[in-house]
Design a protein around this ligand. Sequence first.
Ligand code: NAD
Length: 253
Amino acid sequence: MDNSHSGFDPRVVVITGGSKGIGRTVAHAFAAEKARIVLVHYDPDDAACDETLKSLTEKGIEAEAHRVDVSSFRDVNTLFENIFSRFKRIDVLINNAGITRDTLLMRMTEQDWDAVLAVNLKSVFNCTQAVIRAMIRQKGGRMVNIASVVGQTGNPGQANYAASKAGIMGFTKTVAKEVAGRGITVNAVAPGFVDTEMTAVLPEKVKQGFLSQIPIGRMGTPEEVADAVYWLCSPGAGYVTGQVIHVNGGLFM
Ligand SMILES: NC(=O)c1ccc[n+]([C@@H]2O[C@H](COP(=O)([O-])OP(=O)(O)OC[C@H]3O[C@@H](n4cnc5c(N)ncnc54)[C@H](O)[C@@H]3O)[C@@H](O)[C@H]2O)c1
C-alpha cells in the first residue's frame, strides 16, 4: 500500500508522451482528482501540448509541460531535477512516450531499431531511475508503464516495437520486485489496437486485419486505457504490483 500520501496535497503526476493520444487522456483522468500534472512530450511543435494544457487549466488544474526527449539520459535527469525543485515530490510516474518505425526485419535499418528501443525502452529506464530514490524517501509511489499487446504476441513488421514492449514487461516485473517493500507499485498496461494518431496512419487493410481478430469487434478508446492506468494508481490497487494489465478487446487472452 502506498502510504506516502497525506491525502491533503494534490498528487504530483508526471506523464511522458502527455501531449496527445493515450497520455493526454490519462492526464484528464488525473484531472478529476485535481492532481498537479507535468506533461512531457517531443512533438515537433507545441500545438497539441498547448491544447492539452489549455483543457487542463480550464478545469482549474495546475499543469505544466516540457518538451524533452525521454531517450536522453542527461536531459531526463535535468528535467526531473527541475520537477523536484518545484514540487518537492513525485507521486505518480506514467511512462507512456512511444514511437513506431514499422517495417519487416529484412528491411529494418539500424536506425529504425535504435530509435524505437531508445524512445520506448531506454526512456523507461531513464525516467524510472530518475524518480526511484525520491519515491523510496517518500515511502511510496505509483508507476505505470505503457507496453503493448504485441510485446506478448509479436507482430510482423514490428520486431523493434515488439522487442521494446516485451522489454518493458520484464523491466516492470523486476523493478516491482526491487521496490515492493518500499510502498511503491510498478505495473504495465498493454493496450491492443487503440484509436490515436499512432494507429490513424495505418493502411486500411492493416486496420481491417486487426479488427477481424478482436473479439469485441472494435478499436479501443484512449479512455478505456486511461481508466486502467488510473485504477492502478488508486488506493484500491495497493496490492497489485508487477502485473501486465491487458486492455485489448480480447485480441490476446
Ligand atoms: N495507439 C495504440 O493502438 C497503442 C497500442 C498499444 C500501445 N500503445 C502505446 O501507448 C503509448 C501512447 O501511444 P499513443 O497512441 O497515444 O501515441 P501518440 O503518437 O498519439 O503520442 C505519442 C506521445 O509520445 C511522445 N513522444 C514520442 N517520442 C518522444 C520522445 N523521444 N520523448 C518524449 N516524448 C516522446 C509524443 O510527443 C506524444 O506525446 C505509446 O507507448 C504506444 O506505444 C499505443
